[in-house]
Design a protein around this ligand. Structure first.
Ligand SMILES: [Zn+2]
Length: 271
């Protein structure tokens, strides 16, 4: 039966910046980059919400990972949500796009949450490829073990490919960066927004069809770019996972949150 507009859920979507680090362009592309220079990474979690629902996408990391991996933690992801009036205990559903430390690191800070994860991601993070440092270096064994414990408590919701989280919110496995990398599609007032997370670290990766330097399957990475474009309303609706430009392109949720929380359900203010 066709849905009326009234029955169709729409959401606000926010990017919340919680950490940053400096990097060089040559380190951010497979094969390097002929025009080297600074290309810093920002670290985000994302919030999807309307009157009825609240979904957190990824959980970021705490100070331990910032120290170990030389990132600058600006605020914990829990503190970032508190800035917009959300307490950790309010969060019942979290999408984990993939299990790298910067996306799953605060998994134990959300006492009432269930975690939406691809079968292929837990398989990958517990399987043969972790014997190879190239593939394992962004994972933390303690995070992986923690998610396995949550699985035994029925707090993991497993998806295989495409899955619906709620009306107007779906996940889609694209692989590439990791074997079980998934992206999130959200219905908003401006059309379908897609949170690419690390399916495209920067705008430049998808726009120039190059891969970030850390990649499991480069063919799937490129197929993933096409999938992102098919899922999103336009290319302006694709939100990369680590690009500082996101905070410049989108308006802040409130003026006092400029550079910290951006509204992604509103059209970009710059190209
Ligand atoms: Zn990442």
């Amino acid at each position: 039966m066709a849905q009326t507009v009234e029955q169709t859920s729409m959401y606000e979507v926010y990017a919340l910046k919680y950490a940053t680090r400096s990097a060089q362009r040559s380190a951010n592309f497979v094969g390097g980059d002929p025009h080297d220079g600074p290309m810093p990474l920002d670290y985000y979690v994302w919030v999807i919400r309307n009157r009825d629902r609240l979904i957190l996408v990824d959980t970021g990391f705490f100070q331990d990972m910032a120290d170990k991996r030389h990132r600058s933690l600006l605020r914990t992801p829990v503190q970032a949500l508190e800035l917009i009036g959300i307490q950790a205990a309010d969060v019942n559903n979290i999408v984990i796009t993939h299990m790298h430390n910067d996306h799953v690191g605060t998994f134990d800070a959300w006492p009432n949450a269930r975690f939406h994860l691809q079968d292929a991601e837990l398989d990958y993070a517990t399987g043969r490829h972790m014997a190879c440092a190239i593939h394992s270096r962004a994972y933390e064994p303690d995070h992986v073990a923690g998610l396995i414990r949550l699985a035994y408590k029925n707090r993991i919701v497993f998806h295989d490919g495409d899955g619906e989280i709620a009306d107007g919110i779906s996940v889609h496995r694209v692989g590439g960066h990791t074997a079980g990398m998934q992206v999130v599609r959200v219905r908003t007032a401006r059309g379908w927004v897609v949170l690419a997370s690390d399916a495209s670290h920067f705008y430049e990766h998808i726009q120039t069809r190059r891969s970030f330097s850390l990649v499991f399957h480069i063919g799937d990475m490129f197929q993933g770019y096409a999938r992102l474009e098919a899922l999103a309303q336009t290319t302006d609706h694709i939100i990369p996972g680590h690009d500082p430009l996101v905070m410049e392109k989108y308006p802040p949720l409130r003026q006092d949150l400029a550079g910290i929380v951006a509204r992604l359900d509103i059209p970009p203010i710059t190209k």
